[in-house]
Design a protein around this ligand. Structure first.
Ligand code: FAD
Length: 456
């Protein structure tokens, strides 16, 4: 790897790979360093869903959408609270060109999801691999980087930034037991957030500190720590993405489609304990509040819809779900009270039929009544990733509290401030993570190349 790069990208997830591809295509010399033994990070564990407002794929599907609508949706789910509304507006504005760039230039195989619209979006706007596996998106990004000859050095963790007279000039990198200096004109932090660093989670997101982290191990928060040393501003630090239904003990996702389409979640006492339509992220805290032991209950009609998702069927095929013709039959494997569970299903059905109000205020019961056969799976809450990070400008330059950029330093994805509100998990709309990663990575690279005077 050259030690005189135009642009050094730290982290080989979606943000770093997108940044590297865009930097190369803008005429800059670029290399990516990755701490782990393979690229992908959290991006490869995600469902690969990227939102875009006004994409040509939406137009082709007859869906009217525009950035202003997306901003309204994101601000609504965040309860109107964010440290950085300008970032929400910027990412919504570039979302369509970002997804079209992924398809046209990166050659990523994404298509618009029309079968459902996930939490936070008023129209279908998630674009994802058919498999709904982020690994496929990462594979497409890695292939695009390889076609361009961009070096991706795995097993090379950045230990510190090189800072001279307040100017960032690259990074000190651990490689094969040695520390190497990699100097670069611009440095892009694409190393995600701090969810794998329990101290930082306790400090910034205490409400989810008791939940297990289900993301990639590399998210240990160096961007925050280095940013603090440099006097950079942090924003939206208490925001995170949770997931209320990680299958236990399998550790895979029990698809939230099961709940959106009308399933319920009960605790150890076989009783529901809240309005599940808060969404998979927002409801994680409620499950954590029940000591983290809960069970998702749904029926055959819902199963048939979720069956389109590979990961769901894997869970079923590996025995992670139980089926029964009565509430008693599904209660038995988990030692739940059969009578209480039957009562809960009956009360939920009355609310769905409109003959009684729901005691938890839930209004949306998906497909309607739950009818036998029923399914059940044990779930625990998980922390997927943190949303807060370094405050950045419209071109992903890292900023100081007064608004001046830290010279030559950019950040995107989980390393940067997110667009999921100021605090907690309720403000996370599906796709916020990857949109910040890919859009900010690309914007950072384009701005960095422009500042360096690179030409394609
Ligand atoms: C199970 C799950 C499902 C999800 N589903 C979705 C979804 O469908 N849509 C969505 O938008 N978001 C989703 N998310 C969130 C999303 O995955 C992240 O927001 C996004 O991947 C962040 O991208 P990134 O490039 O910033 O980070 P990552 O993809 O994590 O990449 C960062 C990389 O930097 C490396 N790194 C860290 N520190 C260093 C260092 N010091 N030196 C060198 N390298 C370093 C890491 O090892 C990692 O490979 C999901 C997350 C999880 C866990």
């Amino acid at each position: 790897m050259s030690d005189e790069l135009d642009i050094l990208v730290i982290g080989a997830g979606a943000c770093g790979l997108a940044a590297a591809i865009a930097a190369h295509d803008a005429g800059a010399s670029v290399a990516v360093i990755e701490k782990q033994e393979r690229p992908g990070g959290n991006s490869s564990l995600s469902t690969g869903s990227v939102p875009a407002a006004g994409s040509r794929f939406q137009r082709e599907a007859g869906i009217a959408d525009e950035p202003a609508r997306m901003v309204a949706d994101l601000m609504a789910i965040a309860g109107g609270e964010t440290d950085d509304r300008a970032l929400v507006e910027r990412l919504a504005a570039v979302s369509a060109e970002t997804v079209e760039w992924l398809v046209d230039t990166v050659e990523a195989k994404l298509s618009l999801i029309t079968a459902y619209k996930h939490i936070g979006h008023s129209v279908p706007r998630l674009h994802a691999p058919v498999s709904r596996r982020g690994q496929d998106l990462v594979d497409d990004l890695v292939a695009a980087a390889e076609r361009r000859g961009i070096p991706i050095a795995v097993g090379n963790g950045a230990r510190a930034l090189i800072v001279e007279n307040g100017i960032v000039c690259g990074a000190l990198v651990e490689a094969a037991g040695e520390t190497v200096e990699i100097r670069a004109g611009k440095t892009i932090l694409a190393l995600n957030g701090f969810a794998a660093n329990p101290d930082l989670v306790r400090r910034f997101c205490p409400e989810i500190a008791g939940a297990e982290y289900f993301g990639a191990r590399g998210s240990t928060g160096e961007a925050v720590l280095w940013g603090e040393e440099l006097g950079a501003a942090l924003a939206n630090m208490a925001a995170y993405q949770g997931y209320a239904a990680v299958a236990y003990p399998q550790g895979s996702l029990l698809s939230w489609t099961t709940v959106e389409k009308g399933g319920i979640i009960v605790g150890d006492d076989a009783r529901r304990f809240g309005d599940e339509s808060l969404g998979y992220s927002g409801y994680a805290r409620e499950v954590l509040g029940r000591g983290g032991r809960a069970y998702a209950v749904f029926d055959q009609n819902i199963f048939d819809i979720a069956a389109a998702e590979e990961e769901f069927m894997e869970l079923w095929n590996y025995g992670g779900l139980k089926r029964g013709d009565t509430a008693g039959e599904i209660a038995q494997p988990f030692g739940l009270d059969p009578q209480v569970l039957a009562e809960e299903i009956a009360q939920r059905n009355q609310a769905a039929a409109g003959t009684a109000p729901d005691s938890h205020g839930r209004r949306d019961f998906g497909l309607g009544l739950l009818t036998p056969p029923y399914y059940i799976g044990r779930v625990v809450p998980g922390l997927f990733h943190t949303q807060g990070g370094l405050r950045v400008d419209a071109d992903a330059r890292v900023l100081r509290p007064a608004g001046a950029p830290v010279p030559n330093l950019f950040a995107g994805g989980g390393a940067a401030a997110g667009i999921s509100g100021r605090a907690g998990a309720l403000g996370y709309a599906s796709g916020n993570g990857l949109l910040s990663a890919i859009a900010l990575g690309r914007l950072a690279a384009l701005a960095a190349a422009r500042e360096l005077g690179s030409t394609p």
